[in-house]
Every structure is written in C-alpha cells, then in structure tokens.
Design a protein around this ligand. Structure first.
Ligand code: NAP
Length: 319
C-alpha cells in the first residue's frame, strides 16, 4: 500500500498514428517498468481530464489539447515539432525527442551521403563501362569543405563525425557555439561565410518561420559553383523552384533530399525525374521505439521527481 501511495498510477495517452502502437507497446511497457513507473494506458473510454502525460507523434487523431487539463507534459516522439508547436490549444509543456539512437542514425545517413559526393562514387559505380576513369581520384577529406546549417543535437553529432574523418567542417547556428575541430559561425555574416566555402552543404535546421526558404535563389547563389546540398532537415528549408533552377544552371551539382514540403513526395514532383536530385523517403533518422521509449519514461520519471523536463521546446523560437 505504501508503495502505491508514493508511486501513484499515471494515465498515459498514446496520441500517434494507430499503426505505431504495435511497435511501441512493448518497448514502452518495458521502459516504464525499468523506470519504476506505474502506468495505465488511456483508451477511447478514458476521460481526457484524467490523462497525466501524452505521447505524441503527428498523424494521429489528437488535434485539440484543451480537454487535457490535468496533463503535465506532451512528449513528442519526433525531434522536429513544427506540426504541434503552433497548435494554439497546446498549453502544456512540450518536450521533443532527443535520443542517442536518432543521432546515431542521422550521423550514419549524413556521413554516407557526404562520402558519396566527396568520393564521386556515382562516377565509378554507375560508369562500369570499360572506361578507365583515372582522372577522377577524389581529394582527401582534409581538402574538402563541408558545412552544416544547424548545430543542435543532430548537427553537432554529424559535424563531429565528419570532422573526425578530417573534413574541414564549418557549422552555423543561431547562437554562437564552440565545438572542437569545427569552425562555428552564427548570424547573417556567419551564414554568408558558411555558404561561401561549402562544397557540400548539409541542412539540419528545424522548420520555423525564420528558417523557411533559407535556401533560396540568393543564398544558393552564394555557394561555390557545383556545390552539393544534402537536406535531412525539413523540406520547407528550401525553395523548391529556386533549387531546381540552380540545378539546371549548374550552380548546384546535386541535391540529396530526405524531406519535402509534401510527404510522401507527390509522384509528379519534378524532384523525382531530375537527374541532379536524389530522393530518399524521410528515412535519414527514424525514431527507434526501444530507445525513444526510454527517453519518454525518463522524462515522466523526472517530472514526477520534481526535476525539470529534458528537451523542452521553446514555443517562441518554435524548436
Ligand atoms: P535542435 O537540437 O533543436 O537544433 C537545431 C539547430 O538549428 C540549433 O543549432 C539551432 O541554433 C539552429 N537554428 C534554429 N533556428 C535557427 C535560425 N533561425 N538561424 C540559425 N540557426 C538556427 O534540433 P536537432 O535535434 O538537431 O534536429 C534538427 C532537425 O532535424 C529537426 O528539427 C528535424 O526537422 C530534423 N530531423 C530530421 C529527421 C529525418 O529523418 N530526416 C530526423 C530527425 C530530425 P541554436 O544552437 O543557436 O539554438
């Protein structure tokens, strides 16, 4: 009895697309158990005013948070929160997903695509045609300028991994940062300088009103001619028409895009057919249920222990 009094049952609502429940049910139960939490999952009959925590992912049915008056926090399974942060009915604290497995996945995806372009892999892999292309020896990474827009959880991890391979890495963020082995810049002048040297540009910014169309005709023109863009951030960071024009003009040699304004990318979108574009289907870094469940459970444990929530979203900044 005393244990139950000190560790009251928490009612948790899984507000995500229904198909995700099968993936998350067991990992969440295990993570709650390991965190010492007593949890009952809400169902269709649970009154909203009895829900303590909401686990959220876009695409579920929950759009109005008003009835969830007792809810202490909304815990996003996604790192990017642009689809919930502007919801006017959301007054509860919002925490986003920061998870070592997510960062690990992003580092691998970014490194793979940077190396593809750095090494010129396509020319060798696709050109198995009897022609000895000896002149295509790539430079060393230490001779290659790579830039990362966004030095948050994912940008920092990717920048650090690329620097460890000897790439000359420049990173750009809103606030000034210091990272070993990485040239860190901020502000408008910092952006201009970052772009001017970026042979390969990786965009890992959140989708906010300030970052929308950050890559437009003017900023694309600041890149060295023949630059490569790799965007695992968000589709709205890039003005699609400006990118297509820059590709057609040879200003941009290639764009590898994982995220789009409309997802799935419509079959008739020009990105699909453009020879200078590689489309990947928003798979750069997927939230992994086992590790994400531990992040969620840890945040509930902290909150119940009176500790501040981790990874709180700043509503004013939008990320
Ligand atoms: P984060 O930790 O919030 O970092 C965001 C970074 O962007 C920070 O360095 C921030 O600067 C910078 N930034 C934001 N607004 C800016 C502005 N107006 N000017 C300059 N810099 C700005 O986010 P994260 O965890 O690294 O994730 C980044 C994004 O990756 C997510 O928002 C999501 O859209 C995307 N993502 C994609 C996938 C995928 O599978 N494709 C998976 C996960 C996440 P400060 O450091 O100064 O705050």
């Amino acid at each position: 009895m005393s244990i139950a009094r000190g560790n009251p049952m928490q009612t948790v609502l899984f507000a995500a697309p229904a198909r995700l429940w099968a993936k998350y049910q067991a990992p969440l139960a295990e993570a709650f158990r390991q965190a010492g939490l007593r949890v009952q999952m809400a169902d269709a009959t649970t009154p909203p005013e009895t829900v303590d925590y909401i686990i959220f992912a876009p695409g579920g049915l929950l759009a109005d948070f008003t009835p969830y008056r007792r809810t202490r926090a909304v815990l996003s399974l996604w790192a990017g929160v642009e689809r919930i942060v502007t919801n006017p009915s959301l007054t509860q604290p919002l925490a986003r997903m920061v998870d070592p497995a997510l960062s690990e996945g992003m580092v691998e995806w970014v490194t793979g695509h940077v190396l593809r372009h750095h090494l010129g892999l396509d020319a060798h892999i696709l050109g198995q045609d009897g022609i000895w292309r000896g002149a295509l020896t790539p430079p060393l990474a230490r001779e290659r300028n790579v830039a990362i827009l966004g030095l948050g959880e994912l940008g920092r991890a990717a920048a650090t991994a690329l620097a460890s391979l000897n790439f000359r890495v420049t990173g750009w963020s809103r606030a000034p940062r210091e990272l070993p082995g990485i040239r860190c810049l901020s502000g408008a002048a910092g952006l201009a300088e970052t772009l001017a040297r970026a042979e390969i540009l990786v965009t890992l910014l959140p989708d906010t009103p300030e970052t929308e169309n950050l890559l437009n005709a003017a900023t694309l023109a600041r890149l060295p001619r023949g630059a490569v863009i790799i965007n695992p951030g968000r589709g709205r960071l890039i003005d699609d028409a400006a990118l297509l024009a820059a590709l057609d003009a040879g200003q941009i040699a290639h764009a590898t895009l994982d995220v789009f304004r409309t997802e799935p990318l419509p079959p008739d979108h020009p990105f699909w057919a453009h020879p200078g574009v590689t489309v990947t289907p928003h798979i750069a870094a997927e939230t992994r249920p086992a590790s994400a469940a531990r992040v969620v459970a840890e945040n509930i444990r902290r909150d119940l222990a009176g500790l501040p929530l981790l990874h709180l979203v700043d509503r004013a900044r939008g990320y």
